[in-house]
Design a protein around this ligand. Structure first.
Ligand code: DX5
Ligand code: ZN
Length: 221
C-alpha cells in the first residue's frame, strides 16, 4: 500500500496544529514538512521551533524535507524538534554525506532528495546508509506547480537501483502529485506520495487518501 504524506506547505499556516490534526484524521501516513532557507531555494518557510510546537498535535511520523544550503548545521535541531525522517538535498553545498551520517547517529531515518535535473545516479554513493530517496518532480521552492513527466523515468530507474541493492529504501515523490500523477508514480515504483495543493484542495481529503491507498498499486517490492 502506498504511503500518503500530505505536504503542510499547503495548510493554513495560521492554524498549523489544527491542520495537522485534520490530515491525521483524514488518514495521512506521514506529515510532509517543507523547510526552506531562502538560499537553497528562493522561498522561506518554517524552522525547528514551529515543528516542535506542532509535534504535540499528532503522533504521525514527521517527514522533514530540508531545502537548505548547509543541512548539517541544523540536523540536530530538527531531530530534537521531533522529526522522524530527515531528508537533505544531494545538491546542497554543505557536507551532505556528513549530514546523512549525523541523521543516522541521532537515530532518525535518513533521506536524500534530488531536483528534476539531477540524475538518479547522484544518490548511489549514499545508498548504503539511506532509508529514503525523495524524487522532486517540480523545482523545489513552491507548492502548486505542474508535475514534470521526466520524473517517472527516474522513479523506475531508482526502483531498479534500490531493488538491486537489496536494501529497504523507500522511494518518495514530491511535486505536482494528484490522483493521476500519483497513480503513475506508484506504478513506476514510488512507495510514498507527498502531495500538497491537490490534497488540501479536496473537499473530502479522507476520501481521496482512502482512494489512493486502496486503488493505487501496492508497493510491489
Ligand atoms: C516544494 C515542496 C513540496 C510542495 C509540493 O518545494 O517540496 O512538498 O509542498 O506541493 P504540491 O503538491 O502542491 O506540488
Ligand atoms: Zn517537499
Amino acid at each position: 500500500m502506498v504511503l500518503v504524506a500530505p505536504s503542510m506547505l499547503s495548510a493554513d499556516f495560521s492554524r498549523l496544529g489544527e491542520e495537522l490534526r485534520r490530515i491525521t484524521d483524514a488518514g495521512a501516513d506521514w506529515a510532509h514538512l517543507d523547510v526552506m532557507d531562502g538560499m537553497f531555494v528562493p522561498n522561506i518557510t518554517i524552522g525547528p521551533s514551529v515543528i516542535k510546537a506542532i509535534r504535540k498535535c499528532s503522533d504521525i511520523p514527521f517527514d522533514v524535507h530540508l531545502m537548505i544550503q548547509d543541512p548539517i548545521r541544523y540536523v540536530r535541531q530538527f531531530a530534537e524538534a521531533g522529526a522522524d525522517w530527515i531528508t537533505v538535498h544531494a545538491e546542497a553545498e554543505g557536507d551532505v554525506s556528513g549530514a546523512i551520517g549525523m541523521i543516522k547517529d541521532l537515530g532518525r531515518k535518513a533521506g536524500i532528495s534530488i531536483k528534476p535535473a539531477t540524475p538518479a545516479s547522484a544518490v548511489e554513493q549514499y545508498l548504503d546508509r539511506l532509508d529514503l530517496i525523495l524524487v522532486m518532480t517540480v523545482e523545489p521552492g513552491f507548492g502548486g506547480q505542474s508535475f514534470k513527466e521526466e520524473g517517472l523515468q527516474k522513479i523506475s530507474e531508482l526502483r531498479r537501483m534500490v531493488d538491486a541493492s537489496g536494501r529497504n529504501v523507500l522511494i518518495s515523490v514530491d511535486g505536482g502529485i494528484n490522483r493521476d500523477t500519483g497513480r503513475r508514480c506508484a506504478e513506476a515504483g514510488a512507495d510514498v506520495l507527498a502531495a500538497g495543493s491537490y490534497l488540501f484542495g479536496r473537499e473530502d481529503m479522507a476520501e481521496e487518501i482512502a482512494l489512493w491507498k486502496s486503488s493505487f498499486p501496492p508497493a510491489r517490492y
